[in-house]
Each structure stands twice: as C-alpha cells, then as structure tokens.
Write a protein that binds this ligand. Structure first.
Ligand code: CU
Length: 163
C-alpha cells in the first residue's frame, strides 16, 4: 500500500473512534432531553396544564398536610439527592412519630423511580430526611409518600415536572 493510502485509512479510523467516544460520552447528557421523547414515538410527553405541582399538599383523605423541599431547586437530573419533608396534621400540628415510605414514577410512561428512596432520619418538629431521590428523565414525575402515624395512614402525591 502507498504511504498516502495508509495515512488516509489511519485518519479515518481515528476520526471514527473519536466520534464514537464523543457520542458515548455525551449520550447521558443529551439522552434525557432528546432520546426519551423519540423513544416514545416521536412526541414529547404531554403533561396536563392543570397539573397541581404544589410542594405543600393535603394527603388523599385529608389527614395530614405534607410539604417537601429538594436539596436543590428544581430537583437535579440524574443525580442522587435528598429531600426533606414536613408532616403536620390538617390543623397544623407537627407529626413527629410518622412511619413513611416513598414511591413514585412517571405516570405517562408506566415506570417507577430508578432508586428506592428511604426516610432515614426523623429530624424532629415534623421534618424527615429522604435519601436516595433520583430522576433520570425529564418530564412529569409523581412522588408518593405513605404516612402512618397515630394509628392512621394516608397517602400524599406530589407532581413535579422536570424540564
Ligand atoms: Cu420516563
């Protein structure tokens, strides 16, 4: 082979490798923004415009009022982080002895959370630390807390839209 031919082949191979490496490197960054809607059939998930995204809401049966604060606002994408939730009775008394479990997912996509967040600390005054929160896609997420306190249980659902 001519030296020139070898040079052309080598350049092509190196360029290809660099392009593939760049694609692999950037996919996790651009993926959630572009691939996710494409994988779902070409359209971005439709989110009801009247969706309640309040960070403080009453539980389903109205027993408790629960609010949350993410470690950073808005919650980060693709990063494990913590939430703090505050639980009080409907008339505003902090609930200190709650057993709380966490669940959630993307309702319009039929999948759950990528992690299993846990309430790991009772911070007192109705505050609880939630560790292991993670959202790996943009769009509409539901985060549910089952709250059990004083022999009563109720569920709260928060909606959030990551964009
Ligand atoms: Cu999803």
């Amino acid at each position: 082979m001519k030296k020139q031919t070898v040079t052309v082949i080598a350049t092509t191979v190196i360029t290809t490798i660099i392009l593939i490496a760049a694609l692999i490197y950037f996919l996790p960054i651009i993926g959630p923004r572009y691939l996710h809607p494409m994988m779902m059939g070409g359209s971005a998930p439709v989110v009801a415009s009247d969706l309640d995204t309040s960070t403080s809401v009453l539980t389903k049966q109205g027993l408790f009022r629960v609010s949350y604060a993410s470690e950073s606002t808005p919650p980060p994408l693709n990063q494990i982080h913590t939430w703090t939730i505050h639980v009080e009775t409907a008339d505003g008394q902090p609930v200190d002895n709650a057993e709380i479990t966490v669940d959630g997912g993307m309702p319009d996509m039929g999948h759950g959370l990528p992690t299993s967040p846990q309430v790991t600390q009772n911070l007192g005054n109705g505050d609880y630390l939630v560790e292991g929160m993670k959202f790996q896609m943009l769009g509409w997420w539901e985060v549910r807390f089952d709250i059990n306190a004083n022999g009563q249980s109720d569920t709260v659902t928060f909606n959030l839209i990551l964009e």
